[in-house]
Structure formats: C-alpha cells, structure tokens
Write a protein that binds this ligand. Sequence first.
Ligand SMILES: Nc1ncnc2c1ncn2[C@@H]1O[C@H](COP(=O)(O)OP(=O)(O)O)[C@@H](O)[C@H]1O
Ligand SMILES: [Mg+2]
Length: 246
Amino acid sequence: MAKSDSLLSVNDIHTYYGDSYVLQGLGLEVASGQIATLLGRNGMGKTTLIRSVAGLTPPRRGNIIFKGESLEGYAPYRITQLGIALVPQGRRIFSSLTVRENLLVPTSKLAGGKALGNSQRTRWNLTAVLEAFPQLAERVGQSGGDLSGGEQQMLAIGRALMANPDLILMDEPSEGLAPVLVSRIGEIMKSIREQGHSILLVEQNFGLAMDVADYVYVITSGRIVYQGTPNELEGEPEVLDRHLGI
Ligand SMILES: Nc1ncnc2c1ncn2[C@@H]1O[C@H](COP(=O)(O)OP(=O)(O)O)[C@@H](O)[C@H]1O
Ligand SMILES: [Mg+2]
C-alpha cells in the first residue's frame, strides 16, 4: 500500500500495562476506504493495539499518525473528535439506556456535541442508523440490556457510526455470535466500507477476517509476524499453522 493512501499509520509502538510489556515494536497501516484486519490468538495484544490507537493505553514509544497528524498526547475524546470511533470488545453498550439513548451518546454534549467530525462527515444521524438497522428501529425504546447479542453488536456499530468517523476500530465483533450473525456482521462491515469509512478489525474468527479484509496482519506476542492480502495469507500454511492454529 502506498504511504499516501494511508489513513492510519502505526509506527513501531511499544505499549505497556505497568511493567507488563505488551506491544513490542508493532507497526501497521490502514489505507483509506479499506478494511485492515489484525488476526491473532487470545492474549497476543489485539485489544492493546486498539486501546493504543484510541488513546486509552497510549504507547510509551513509537507513534501513531492519523490523517497526517500525530496522536501523541491526545485524550480519547479528542481522538474521537478527529474521526476514530471504537466498537469495543464485548460491545459495552449501556444496558439501562434505551436503544435510542445508546445511539445518541456520541452526539451528547459530554462527548463534544456537534463538534464531532468534519464537514463531509455528516451522513449518519439517528434516522439513517435506524434505516440501516431495521432490527434496532423495532426496538428503539427498549433497554439495551434486553437486546440479543447480535442486536447489541449492531447497536455498538450503529453508535460508532453516529460519530461519522473516518475510521472505525472493531474489537472482535463476532465474539459469541452464531454463524448466521457473524455473516451478517461481515455484510455490515462491507457496506460501511462502501460508504467510505475505513475499518481496523481485530479478530480471532479467521473466516470473517478473510472474507472482509483488504489487507491482513497477523500478531503474535505483541509483534506483527506476517502481513499480506487474504489471498497471500491463504498460501502460507506455515504461518496459518504456527500463528493461528489453522
Ligand atoms: N489491564 C491489563 N493489565 C495488565 N495486563 C493486561 C491488561 N490487559 C491485557 N493485559 C495483558 O496483555 C496481553 C495482551 O492482552 P490483549 O491485548 O487483551 O490480547 P488480545 O486482545 O489479543 O486477546 C495479555 O497477556 C494480557 O494478559
Ligand atoms: Mg482482545
């Protein structure tokens, strides 16, 4: 991928939890309009990468460049305002809030209100999200906690879209979902890409990752051990076996 197409560029980052050294010089890129997928087994540092980009656990060394701007020292809310939205692992929707209230969280005053996004990123609002997710529209007044796992995942994705982000970080959106819902999440990701958003997807689900990805990275113990197109990765039985157990 040419550097000029790069929306997000993670360069040689080192991220810790206290003394625990997790990301040990990790680099990857997300191209504009593409889905980049980070595949890896449990405990390898996928969520830590997401937290590093979102400003929740900033790297101690290395840098992260988004739309040409370094994110160093930026608080999470500022990173959201720049155009990065997070669909966290385990969905993290507010179970006591209604579907509507959950969707409105990113546009609330606390989250920065109308300051979100740039001029061209105004496509998504409550009406558009409910049109895109008819299942949520039917349950707009119900509590988030009353939704099924699949519906909660759609709510988490819809909530991220409400911020009209350039880039969506998705942390294992397929976790705990039945296969039919996993395919549905895959279709949703492709349609989000069609609308011009880029996605950094972190997954353990090999089938989903290979289906949606334009470019794939494999992580082991906090380092990228392989990168290529899904087709190229298919032709690397040794990588699949050694790093993904496939
Ligand atoms: N809050 C934390 N404090 C200390 N260690 C953590 C914390 N969160 C994760 N880790 C450790 O960091 C490593 C990577 O975790 P994580 O990024 O969550 O992996 P993955 O998302 O790939 O399953 C694991 O060894 C995990 O135990
Ligand atoms: Mg994780």
